[in-house]
Design a protein around this ligand. Structure first.
Ligand SMILES: Cc1cc2nc3c(=O)[nH]c(=O)nc-3n(C[C@H](O)[C@H](O)[C@H](O)COP(=O)(O)OP(=O)(O)OC[C@H]3O[C@@H](n4cnc5c(N)ncnc54)[C@H](O)[C@@H]3O)c2cc1C
Length: 460
């Protein structure tokens, strides 16, 4: 996975349709071999590959020079600071007031998506030549954590959209004509995308779809059941995985862009989750959907590489940031409760009265700052890839899921009956935090990958 990951980072970071920087088609067995080698290799031995991948990423990511190249249609240039400011404004004006009611009603916030579109944040990582600000993982992380602090459901909608757009952007050259108008819609703030990978048959093993595309003239026909699709029914396009028509193995998938209005696409059930209730992660059915070749994003069988190399690093970073936002909200909510709730008979607030609660609050803060430092480290790795970068990618989501569950669980305990009886937002944070460990790659699967990689075993 190491080499294939880094090779695709080159492609991802300079992935303007029409240019293909991938170093040729790598077979799965080569990728697995390289994964073992990459992680076992002496320090510095892979720096050439790393350097290539990361150099390109750095040019795109959070580069003030690239921001200056934005064709300013409204006179504004979105820098890292401006993007973070816009996210904060939307979080406090749109997300925070509605998070509780939307959670209760399981209601998807179209207002949040509209605001993100109007602010330019939906096009955050698109490069200047496509009309975006060309901001990178550092800004994406700050925006995702800021949104999650106010409403993790919306942050997850945003995360899945950014992944969808990154996948579209990494499309093979022959799809340029098909996908460019859609990317322009993203820049205009009118297009929300998402990933439709998971299927009931292979469950959390999203890399092994059970559905298989059938050839139909120059395109394909797809019938598939997708078990969970964030923003189902609200996204304007779905990035759909399916086994390639002639794929021989379980990971020989292809990725397709399927516009939501394609005949045969339908939301196949309601979303009534324990957490992230306001993000419409419902099942989706594709019934004999015709997909033209201009919407085939990867070569036949090359979907697996894009899942691992384009989607995985950004997903794990974003999921860790959602966890961080939840932790920060839990610390803030718990602090406020310890200051305001009182033992009237003692004439003291809870915080003044009980050292045990102060110690638990301190632990929440320590764990939250630890997660923040871990995310900073991951961002640095993505900006300057090196030997352990892939390991950090795998570790970050696994660790973040546990931290979020731990911190919000402690918040539940500290806030006691007030939290248990749903008088504060802590129990929403607690429920939302549990989604991170379930979303694939799950915490268990990540540990499996890390353990196998350390032992030099094939991952798949
Ligand atoms: C809120 C939410 C939003 C989602 N949005 C999307 C989306 O937009 N697009 C999408 O494609 N999917 C999405 N998913 C689906 C998600 O990524 C997983 O596919 C899904 O949650 C898997 O659930 P499962 O119970 O079927 O997993 P199972 O595979 O049944 O897992 C059950 C348990 O087994 C463990 N396990 C599985 N395999 C291994 C292994 N090899 N080693 C060790 N332990 C293992 C798991 O960790 C888990 O604890 C979403 C899920 C949630 C909760």
């Amino acid at each position: 996975m190491g080499t294939v990951f880094l090779a695709s980072m080159c492609r991802y970071s300079s992935g303007v349709p029409g240019r293909d920087h991938a170093s040729g088609r790598l077979t799965r067995s080569v990728a697995l071999l390289d994964t073992r080698r990459e992680l076992a290799r002496p320090a510095g031995a892979s720096s050439k590959v790393c350097k290539n991948g990361l150099t390109s990423l750095r040019i795109l990511g959070d580069n003030p020079e690239s921001a200056k190249q934005i064709p300013p249609d409204n006179g504004e240039i979105m820098t890292h600071d401006e993007a973070t400011l816009r996210a904060r404004e939307i979080a406090s004006r749109v997300l925070a007031p509605a998070a509780g009611p939307n959670d209760k009603a399981g209601r998807f916030s179209t207002e949040a998506v509209d605001s993100l579109g109007q602010s330019g944040l939906l096009a955050l990582m698109l490069p200047p030549d496509l009309g975006g600000p060309g901001l990178g993982p550092r800004t994406f992380a700050a925006v995702a954590a800021t949104l999650a602090e106010a409403d993790a459901s919306v942050a997850m909608v945003y995360l899945m959209h950014i992944l969808g757009v990154a996948t579209i952007r990494s499309a093979r050259p022959s799809a340029a004509k098909g996908v460019t108008p859609l990317l322009q819609e993203v820049v205009a703030g009118r297009h929300l995308s998402t990933l439709a990978f998971s299927e009931p048959g292979s469950r959390s093993h999203f890399w092994a779809p059970m559905s298989r595309a059938r050839r139909n003239g120059s395109g394909v026909c797809i019938s598939a059941k997708k078990s969970w699709v964030t923003s189902a029914g609200y996204a304007k396009s779905y990035i759909v995985s399916s086994l390639a028509p002639d794929g021989a193995g379980p990971t020989d998938s292809t990725l397709y862009l399927v516009p939501a209005d394609t005949p045969g696409v339908s939301v196949a059930g309601a979303w009534d989750g324990l957490g992230l209730r306001a993000n419409a992660s419902a099942p989706l059915a594709l019934d004999d959907c015709r997909v033209p070749s201009s919407f085939q994003l990867t070569d036949d069988g090359a979907g697996f590489q894009v899942m691992l190399n384009v989607v995985l690093p950004l997903f794990n970073l974003g999921a860790a940031c959602v966890a961080l936002g939840l932790c920060r909200a839990a610390v803030a909510g718990t602090t406020a409760h310890l200051k305001s709730a009182r033992f009237e008979h003692l004439g003291q607030s809870l915080g003044e009265s009980l050292p045990t609660l102060r110690a638990q609050l301190a632990s929440m803060q320590i764990d939250t700052d630890g997660l923040s430092a871990r995310i900073d480290d991951l961002i640095e790795h993505l900006e300057s890839p090196r030997e352990a970068t892939m390991l950090r990618v795998l570790e970050s989501k696994a660790a973040a899921g546990d931290v979020a569950i731990g911190v919000t669980s402690t918040a539940m305990r500290i806030c006691g009956g007030a939290a248990f009886s749903k008088h504060m937002s802590i129990e929403r944070l607690f429920r939302d935090a549990h989604a991170g460990a379930v979303m694939a790659p799950t915490g268990d699967v990540l540990r499996e990958f890390i353990g196998k990689a350390l032992l030099g075993m094939p991952l798949f």
